[in-house]
Design a protein. Sequence first.
Length: 230
Amino acid sequence: MIQRQLHARRMPKALVGLCAVLSILTAGCGTMQSTVLHKATDAPPMEAEATQIEAAMPTEAPTETPMPPTDTSTPEPTATATPPPTATLAPTETPVLSPIDRMVAARDPEKGKVLFETFQEQAGSGYSCSNCHLPDSEKTNIGPGLLNIKQRAATRIEGLTAAEYIYESITNSMAYTVEGFEVDLMPQNWAEIYNDLEIFDIVAYLLTLEGESDIDDPEPVAEGAASDSD
């Protein structure tokens, strides 16, 4: 009886020991399995070694492209061409026209030609301008020839233009007498026969009388004188 009780008490201890052994074995299997799994997930030894070799190799620096040498010399100054001086033209002064010049410039020379050739009984004992003055010659008839009168009239009296001088000669012939002519030879009443506008027409006509001078040409021989010399 006592032995059975002892045997019954020993059995649990055996069972306990067996359980302990099984636990150890079970734990060991788990440890081995995790070790195997861990090693399976690691990189292959060859690949890991290659990675370590590549990491240990020195990295080559990129090759720099050689730059051409910089020219540090100071460039010689370039001579700047100086443009030729520009000729400055003197400003052209516009002549100031007198009231008579402006009036004459606005009148009709053709109408003045008709008045110049028109006979006027009231003029002295009856004259036309063309009776005493040649319009196409510088030679004297009764009065001076009027060809190129524009040039001569501009020099007669200082300060008077050609138009002003001719206008005064018609309206007041005593104001200036050409050398070699009588003072009262020209009628004094032309300003009563013609009004100012008509006189301006005559002056405009006289200013158009331009041509080659004939003052030095020999006088033509009269037919009567030629027959007497034969």
